[in-house]
Design a protein around this ligand. Structure first.
Ligand code: NAD
Length: 373
């Protein structure tokens, strides 16, 4: 199925000049953290050339914090910049890594006018976003997401953070980067598992907001998008425009933005307990949420079969052997807890999410759906 054209923000000289101008003005302000008052959402700039990137992130001001794996694949891409390598993987999204990176930034002579450029997946954009928010009480940052998941979700919206022990994203802020540069060339080296991972978030956008995404996904498959990057870009831009619209309306997650957490409450607990990739955990979380939507919102039971087929089509899991009580214990420490209940995202129908409060016992009913037999 051909994708409908959606407007992709094309970078033009005018946009670059505008951004450059504001960066220069901010950099000129003495002793003022240069990033307050960032536009919400931050601009997404597609397919920047190296020269354009150097205009927006001048090498003399910028420090690139780059995922080690990405550096191995693209060792010369950022030559001319000062580069710090970030140890890859969720296990490094910790305070320990933050401390190490802070020391390295100081050794490199970073100051309040520095621009930290995160190049990597969601782990690196989350880490660097939080580091930038606290280093010298706040320096500017920009994101160059290199995974599908980070290009359609993690790098957008300004949420960042690190894990504390078993608790996901327990320290963090909401603070917009200067810009997000989305470049499809990075996806060429992305392992299949990471492609699948990112599609979990794309599937999420379809269920909470845009049934056309579900139809597009149903008429295609993962290898198709891996081979046809321009078609993938259209799909990705559709997702970014949904997220940007929601973030613009509710940056600090007082209401509407909570809907983006569909599948994530159960998902985060599974991700931590069973060391699952983020997208795998969210896939299982979405199935649990669909079951709860049948019970509480009267969602048509055929939706679960539709989701399960879609998850298989995009190489994502539909069940897991799990300890329900352990999952519930961890889940009740989630940031979204509200007294004895948890803010939980359910569906009235495909494309229409609602926010409800569910108790521990109610959530348990959803877990039985994904229990492997
Ligand atoms: P990730 O950053 O761990 O990247 C996955 C793997 O791919 C890593 O091994 C990485 O080294 C490798 N990699 C990255 N780019 C590559 C490339 N171009 N070529 C080859 N290998 C590459 O994981 P992710 O899935 O991108 O992000 C998951 C994280 O994002 C989780 O910590 C999750 O909590 C967070 N997240 C944040 C938000 C948010 O709004 N802030 C939203 C969703 C997810």
């Amino acid at each position: 199925m051909k994708l409908a054209k959606v407007p992709i923000v094309q970078v033009c000289a005018y946009q670059i000049a505008l951004l450059q101008d504001s960066l220069q003005k901010l950099a000129g302000m003495n002793d003022q953290p240069p990033t307050y008052g960032q536009p919400v959402p931050a601009p997404c700039l597609y397919e920047l050339t190296q020269e354009e990137m150097q205009q927006l992130a001048p090498p003399e001001r910028s420090i690139v914090l780059m995922d080690e794996h990405v550096f191995q694949h693209f060792p010369t891409k950022w030559s001319g910049y000062r580069i710090l390598l970030v140890p890859p993987g969720e296990q490094n999204k910790t305070f320990c890594t933050l401390e190490l990176l802070s020391e390295q930034l100081l050794a490199l002579g970073a100051n309040r006018q520095s621009l930290l450029v995160a190049v990597g997946g969601g782990v690196v954009t989350d880490l660097v976003g939080y580091l930038a928010a606290s280093f010298m009480r706040g320096v500017a940052c920009a994101f160059v997401p290199t995974t599908v998941l980070a290009q359609v979700d993690a790098a957008l919206g300004g949420k960042n953070g690190i894990n504390v022990g078993l608790h996901k994203n327990m320290l963090g802020t909401i603070r917009q980067p200067e810009f997000i540069a989305i470049n499809r060339e990075y996806l060429a080296t992305l392992p299949d598992l990471e492609w699948a991972n990112g599609f979990a978030e794309i599937i999420k956008y379809g269920w909470i907001d845009d049934v056309a995404i579900l139809e597009i996904l149903e008429s295609s498959n993962l290898p198709y998008f891996q081979k046809n990057l321009s078609e993938f870009s259209l799909l990705s831009a559709r997702c970014t425009s949904i997220k940007n619209r929601i973030v613009a309306a509710d940056e600090f997650e007082n209401g509407e933005r909570k809907k983006l957490n569909f599948g994530h409450t159960v998902g985060h607990a599974l991700e931590t307990l069973y060391r699952l990739p983020h997208g795998h955990a969210v896939s299982l979380g979405m199935r649990a949420a669909l079951r709860l939507s049948e019970i509480h919102e009267g969602l048509d039971p055929s939706a679960d079969r539709r989701l399960a087929i879609m998850l298989q089509q995009y190489q994502l899991p539909t069940s897991l052997e799990l300890d329900e009580l352990q999952v519930l214990d961890l889940l009740m420490h989630d940031k979204k807890r509200n007294g004895t209940n948890i803010d939980f995202i359910l569906l009235e129908r495909a494309g229409k999410a609602v926010i409800r409060q569910l108790s521990r016992e109610e959530i348990r009913m959803g877990l039985s759906t994904i229990q492997a037999t």
